[in-house]
Design a protein around this ligand. Structure first.
Ligand SMILES: Nc1nc2c(ncn2[C@@H]2O[C@H](COP(=O)(O)OP(=O)(O)OP(=O)(O)O)[C@@H](O)[C@H]2O)c(=O)[nH]1
Length: 293
């Protein structure tokens, strides 16, 4: 789904999340494990304030395991609970309930000491478009969507999904915008496929991706496109990939648009294996997350 974010939409999205915040004990902030920084909403901390939160690094199956480990360590050191999950396959989801209980133990103990009847923990998912919110909700839901709303004459109330006995999840996620005014963020969102209809030039996108691969995953690049060594110039890299994969124009010249399209498609479909485009060593990412938390 492509959403056009205008100031009015952003304000509305923020208002909706703020409203629902009152209903829940904990927020599950869903980000893309391949780009945990770029797939965040830039105002998330300001929006959710002091509400307990678990960062869920989703699509961990598509990310570089070693880098995801670094991210988990990074969050742990900051005192933020974070988990790597795969919503599609359902891996890592059990821990969400466990960690929620840990985070909310004090609050629930306090309620208990005041004589409040025990209840399930209430949570909501928040994330940018395409982070995997619906996939996660469906996975967690199974068949347990509680039909509480939509009755005629009854104001549509929130619907809650029961996840085991101990957790209830709002059935609609909070959708927030990414930091799209930052060009590098936009590029990474486009490379990973979060933004499909991109205003970015496809060749520019492929140049960015290939330079990144040259730096961080040179062997994968060489292996995929049978390159005995990596050329100095990016245009030569386009030429060699184009030659190898037969991306030519009628005159026999390499078609750079075709090469760009092929490279981006193959990255998005994991033909080059699981990749992470951001790591905590990335200075700007770390500074921003630190100053935000
Ligand atoms: N490989 C992989 N793909 C996933 C995972 N989670 C979601 N996806 C895929 O990511 C895409 C986006 O997932 P959605 O659940 O539609 O994302 P969303 O956040 O609800 O998106 P919006 O409705 O645009 O806000 C879909 O193609 C999913 O199949 C995951 O853990 N691993």
């Amino acid at each position: 789904m492509t959403i056009q974010w205008f100031p009015g939409h952003m304000a509305k999205a923020r208002r909706e999340v703020t409203e629902k915040l009152k209903l829940v004990d904990v927020i599950f902030e869903l980000v893309d494990a391949r780009i945990p920084y770029s797939s965040r909403n830039p105002m998330i901390d300001e929006i959710i304030q002091h509400k307990p939160r678990i960062v869920l690094l989703n699509k961990a199956d598509m990310a570089d395991k070693a880098v995801t480990e670094q991210w988990l360590r990074f969050y742990r050191e900051k005192g933020i609970t974070a988990l790597a999950i795969n919503s599609q396959a359902g891996t890592g989801l059990k821990q969400i309930v466990q960690e929620s209980k840990v985070l909310l133990k004090d609050k629930f103990d306090r309620l208990k000491s005041k004589g409040v009847k025990p209840r399930a923990i209430r949570a909501m998912i928040v994330g940018i478009p395409n982070a995997g919110k619906s996939t996660l909700i469906n996975r967690l839901a199974g068949k347990n969507i509680a039909q509480t709303g939509n009755r005629p004459g009854v104001t549509k109330s929130q619907q809650w999904i029961k996840v085991g006995k101990e957790l209830e999840l709002l059935d609609t996620p909070g959708i927030l915008w990414p930091k799209f005014e930052d060009q590098e963020v936009g590029t990474k969102l486009a490379v990973t496929g979060a933004i499909k209809d991109t205003i970015l030039n496809l060749q520019d996108l492929a140049v960015y991706a290939l330079r990144f691969l040259e730096k961080h995953y040179p062997e994968r690049l060489q292996e995929r496109y049978k390159l005995s060594e990596l050329p100095e110039e990016i245009v030569e890299l386009f030429d060699q990939i184009g030659d190898f994969r037969g991306c030519r124009m009628p005159g026999g010249y390499v078609d750079y648009d075709k090469v760009a399209e092929l490279v981006i498609r193959e990255i998005r479909t994991e033909k080059l294996g699981p990749l992470s485009f951001e790591r905590p060593g990335d200075l700007t990412s770390v500074e921003e997350i630190e100053s935000n938390t």
